[in-house]
Design a protein. Structure first.
Length: 242
């Protein structure tokens, strides 16, 4: 959204970039389900212009851009701070937020399958290389995991967002998928199908219990979706201590 606003603020109102930016901003919820042809038609421009526009925002492909749109849509309820106000008591609000997090952590501690947690820790510990796949906000965790494991001299490869590169998995490799709310499995089924075809020890970490994942799946239970990303990060932090 910051990139779209920048285009709107600094582009001439009659320019193609301005019109595309304004349309996308006003119809952000529909963008993930549009083809590049549909978007071009609705913006009264060509597919080539849409491709150039997407690249000018820093995305390699339309798919990368759509994934970022999905992440923004997901983040709206998660990042909505309407319940907090600077006109109210800051300490009381901070205490309330902290108590909510503590309650969520305690809930997860009681509900998580510790046998599966132990198995993931062992698989991660004994793996030669770790491949990580995530998109959107969860993708920031990939770099974090890579940095943490580099201290332990563990080789970590962050998979491209389209999973298009040719990865050569070996017997002692591990592929870790991270999807906080499971939306990857709803919006990017082709990518998930491609991942599942790979002959490699594969793990999924998610706070969505409803996902039908045929390989190793560590479900991270949370009592409130608003705090799912906090709790999942906490579990990952714990795993990385081994």
């Amino acid at each position: 959204m910051d990139k779209l606003n920048m285009m709107i603020n600094y582009s001439d109102e009659s320019s193609t970039k301005y019109n595309i930016s304004k349309f996308i901003k006003n119809n952000i919820n529909e963008i993930p389900n549009m083809t590049i042809t549909q978007l071009a038609a609705l913006c009264y421009t060509s597919k080539g212009q849409i491709s150039k526009y997407v690249q000018s925002l820093g995305y390699e492909t339309m798919q990368d851009f759509k994934l970022d749109c999905i992440e923004y849509i997901e983040s709206i309820p998660r990042n909505n701070k309407a319940s907090y106000s600077i006109t109210k008591n800051i300490k009381a609000q901070y205490e309330s937020f902290t108590n909510d997090i503590i309650y969520s952590l305690q809930y997860t501690l009681k509900a998580i399958d510790t046998k599966l947690l132990k198995k993931l820790i062992e698989d991660l510990h004994y793996s030669n290389r770790v491949f990580i796949y995530a998109h959107g906000h969860a993708r920031t965790l990939c770099t974090y995991i890579q940095n943490e494991l580099s201290v332990k001299l563990k080789e970590v490869i962050i998979c491209d967002v389209d999973f298009m590169k040719s990865y050569h998995f070996e017997e002692m490799d591990l592929l870790l998928l991270i999807s906080v709310d499971g939306n990857t499995f709803y919006f990017e089924r082709d990518i998930v199908h491609s991942i599942l075809e790979k002959n490699v020890n594969t793990w999924l970490i998610s706070c969505n219990q409803q996902l039908k994942f045929p390989k190793n799946f560590l479900y991270v239970p949370t009592p409130n979706k608003q705090y799912s990303d906090y709790i999942l990060r906490h579990v990952i932090d714990y795993i990385l201590r081994y």
